[in-house]
Every structure is written in structure tokens, then in C-alpha cells.
Write a protein that binds this ligand. Structure first.
Ligand code: DC
Length: 221
């Protein structure tokens, strides 16, 4: 009996482009670990705000980062980042984090402390018997796993994305976060060369998932 390969699926895209729902459903369909790296940046931002470390105070920020201890807890098929043993609270989806996260995420040292942690999720997935992982973010196919088996980039019309957030009852500065995330120097949001670009504006979630799944399935069978 041949053992099937461990696969890495990278999904990048702008705010509210459908990455999370798509990744979650793919994780279910193929028994993959789901890793939402946006939630990591959000948790880190929330932690730094609580510690009163403003992004504008570079010395304080560089001083605070090495003290943060990361570990992982599995919740179903999802990897949750713990900082100092604590999971993120609901505030990571709130307005204050929405408004600040892109500023912290633009700092190279902030990205550097999460880099190894994100790559380390391969070990977590293997340890728990997953067939691979699906990791979503902004720089997964470009920086974290440029050699991923599959690299997808989701985009959708900004008006449609704002509508999706509103339907979830969430306030989010989708366009402003995209502007900041695309224009930063380190690991900007962009479709990396060779990635499969999917426009989901006129597709249902099921149609998007089916498109990605059609590429992945042959590798796992
Ligand atoms: O996926 P999300 O909208 O929850 O991500 C929140 C923010 O985190 C996003 O605006 C930019 C940052 N982020 C990042 O810089 N790199 C990633 N790989 C994931 C998120």
C-alpha cells in the first residue's frame, strides 16, 4: 500500500476574499490542517496593544517581541496560536485590531517572529496525522511556502467583499487594509508568479472550493 504524500496548499488574497471559508472547507474535504495566519497577526496585534506597545515606538516593539512565547492548540482541524499559553479572544475580529493589524504586520521584525512559527505548522500537521495543511494569508505562496504543492490567489471585487463582511455583521476596513498590505516593503500582498489566480466575484463559495479541489484531488488519490 503506497502512502499518500503530505501536501501543502497556500491560499493568499485580500481582506474578505473568501480565503477562510474556502480553506476551512478544503481542510474538511481532504483532512488537512487549517492554518489561518491572519488570525496570528491579529492575535499578535491584540497582545501588543494590550501591552501598550505602539507600533510607532520601534524600540519598545523590538524589546517586546523576543518575550512572546508561541505555542499551538488544535481546535478541530484548525491550528490556534497561543501567546504565553493563552488563546486569542473575540477582540481580534473587532474594530481596534482591524484598524491596527496592517500597521504591525508591515514591520519586518514582527513578520520575522511569525515566520518559523508558521513553517513549523508542517510538524504540527504531521504529528496529528493530517494529510497536509492548507495555510491562508498574504505571503504564503510567496514567502512562507514558495515551493508549496498548490498556490492559489483569491480575489474579488471590493464592493462584493464589503458586502460579504456586512453580511457577517462585521465592520471592516477592507479596502484600506488591502492598500496597506499591498504597499508595504516586506512580503506585500500580491499574486506571486506561477500561482493560480481565481476571481471569486461571481462564484459561490461551493464553486470556488470545487475549483481548488479539482486541482488538489488527483495528487491525493
Ligand atoms: O486574513 P486577515 O484579514 O484576518 O488578516 C489580517 C491582517 O493580517 C491583514 O490585513 C494583513 C496581515 N496578514 C499579513 O500581513 N500576512 C499574512 N500572511 C496574513 C495576514
Amino acid at each position: 500500500m503506497g502512502s499518500s504524500p503530505f501536501i501543502i496548499v497556500a491560499i493568499d488574497g485580500g481582506a474578505a476574499s473568501g480565503k477562510s471559508s474556502t480553506s476551512r472547507l478544503l481542510a474538511e474535504r481532504f483532512n488537512l490542517l487549517h492554518v489561518d495566519t491572519g488570525s496570528f497577526y491579529r492575535h499578535l496585534t491584540s497582545e501588543l496593544l494590550q501591552r501598550r506597545v505602539p507600533v510607532s515606538d520601534r524600540a519598545a516593539l523590538l524589546g517586546a517581541l523576543p518575550a512572546l512565547k508561541f505555542s499551538t492548540r488544535l481546535e478541530g482541524r484548525s491550528a490556534r496560536l497561543l501567546i504565553g499559553g493563552q488563546p486569542a479572544g473575540d477582540e481580534i475580529r473587532g474594530q481596534q485590531v482591524n484598524e491596527n493589524v496592517s500597521h504591525y504586520a508591515a514591520v519586518p521584525e514582527v513578520r520575522a517572529v511569525l515566520l518559523d512559527y508558521q513553517r513549523g505548522q508542517v510538524g504540527v500537521a504531521k504529528q496529528h496525522g493530517f494529510r497536509g495543511l492548507v495555510m491562508e494569508g498574504r505571503d504564503i505562496g510567496s514567502v512562507i511556502f514558495p515551493d508549496a504543492d498548490f498556490r492559489f490567489f483569491l480575489h474579488a471585487d471590493p464592493a462584493e467583499r464589503a458586502k460579504r463582511r456586512a453580511a457577517e455583521g462585521r465592520q471592516d476596513s477592507v479596502a484600506e487594509r488591502d492598500r496597506l498590505d499591498s504597499s508595504r516593503k516586506t512580503a506585500p500582498l500580491a499574486c506571486p508568479p506561477g500561482a493560480i489566480d481565481i476571481d471569486s466575484t461571481f462564484l459561490t463559495l461551493e464553486q470556488v472550493v470545487d475549483k481548488l479541489a479539482a486541482q488538489i484531488a488527483p495528487k491525493l488519490n
